[in-house]
Design a protein around this ligand. Structure first.
Ligand code: IPM
Ligand code: MG
Length: 357
């Protein structure tokens, strides 16, 4: 089969890690007889430099005409002085909205080989944990009504959190469907003790749950959830939450794994289309030094061919290659223990490509 992949290498370490993911895809294509056709487009800081804005219509059009999108990471201090609506991050929000990517899947799991890097006490994470965060991505306060007004205390600004039943149903179904393929548990996270939008969220999730009698559903307030993630991460299977809460909790959960350089993510729309990217950022401080860990991006490519293209054995082949090099002791600086030998980005990618079979 032929697959068209729009590639946004992005800023900072983005280009170097995406290059390794493309090599991994090419290798898998050679072995299994697929052709991955890459079309590179700009977004984020690189697009500001080239066109004066973080996202162009051309980039959107190329992404829409592709089978999926592979993204490195965008942003960096170079663009800090841009006005807020022209910052590199705007490209992400624009792509999500324009491409209808309403479901953000962020796995947070511990790799056994890297369990020493987990910041929690060993007895808390004994046996490892594997959480799938399902974050609503194109609604809520990120995209709600916003504005400025005068008040008796001076100028004020506001952003509105609003969710419709339709939006909540759509994302809840994604979470319950995933739970059915996993440990059949959904924890929905809201702030229903204070917010009306959360009360509607909770009631709607309970309605959707009726269609999934096998799935156990519980609800946490977001403050409690933040605490539970460090107290007992093993209690979670699928976490379902809003755009804003998901933004915050997914950073927390990924850090708790100790393996943030290892975690992929997917932003999905209807019909299997998706944008795949590592959870970590563009790390401008180490850009160009050939030390970034390409594994999260390579695993994002695996997630892409599994979820969007249905290529199960091919995705397994990439994931197994990453596991194999980890087991062989291959480490980039971010996951190495003090004194352990490290490899650079290119060498790490080469070893993974070599291990794909
Ligand atoms: C993320 C990021 C983005 C978000 C920013 C860069 C707009 O933090 O993907 O989690 O808030 O969604
Ligand atoms: Mg975030």
């Amino acid at each position: 089969m032929d697959y068209k992949i729009a590639v946004i290498k992005g800023d900072g370490i983005g280009p170097s890690i995406v290059d390794q993911a493309m090599l991994a895809l090419e290798k898998v294509g050679e072995i299994y007889g697929h052709k991955f056709e890459f079309q590179e487009v700009l977004a984020g800081g690189a697009s500001i430099d080239a066109y004066g804005k973080p996202l162009t219509q051309e980039t959107i059009d190329v992404c829409k005409a592709s089978d999926s999108v592979l993204l490195g990471a965008v942003g960096g201090p170079k663009w800090d002085s841009q006005p807020s609506d022209n910052r590199p991050e705007r490209a992400l929000l624009g792509l999500r909205k324009e491409l209808g990517l309403f479901a953000n899947l962020r796995p947070a799991m511990m790799f056994d080989e890297l369990k020493d890097a987990c910041p929690l006490k060993p007895e808390i994470v004994e046996g490892g944990f594997d959480i799938m965060i399902v974050r609503e991505l194109i609604g809520g306060i990120y995209f709600g009504e916003r504005g400025k007004k005068e008040t008796e205390n001076g100028p004020a600004a506001y952003d509105v959190e609003q969710y419709s039943e339709g939006e909540v149903k759509r994302i809840a179904k994604v979470a319950f469907d995933l739970a059915m393929q996993r440990n059949k548990k959904v924890t929905s996270i809201d702030k229903a003790n204070v917010l009306d939008s959360s009360r509607l969220w909770r009631a709607t999730v309970e309605e959707v749950a009726k269609e999934y009698p096998e799935v156990e559903l519980n609800h946490f307030y977001v403050d409690n959830a933040a605490m539970q993630i460090v107290r007992n991460p093993k209690q979670f299977d699928v976490i379902l939450t809003s755009n804003l809460f998901g933004d915050i909790l997914s950073d927390e959960a990924s850090q708790v794994t100790g393996s943030i350089g290892m975690l992929p993510s997917a932003s999905l729309g209807d019909g299997g289309f998706g944008m795949y990217e590592p959870i970590h950022g563009s790390a401008p401080d180490i850009a160009g030094m050939d030390i970034a860990n390409p594994m999260a991006t390579i695993l994002s490519a695996a997630m892409m061919i599994r979820s969007s293209f249905g290529l199960t054995s091919e995705a397994d082949a990439i994931e197994n290659a990453v596991k194999k090099v980890l087991a062989d002791g291959v480490r980039t600086g971010d996951i190495a223990k003090p004194g352990e030998k490290t490899v650079g980005t290119v060498e790490c990618g080469r070893l993974i490509v070599e291990a794909i079979q």
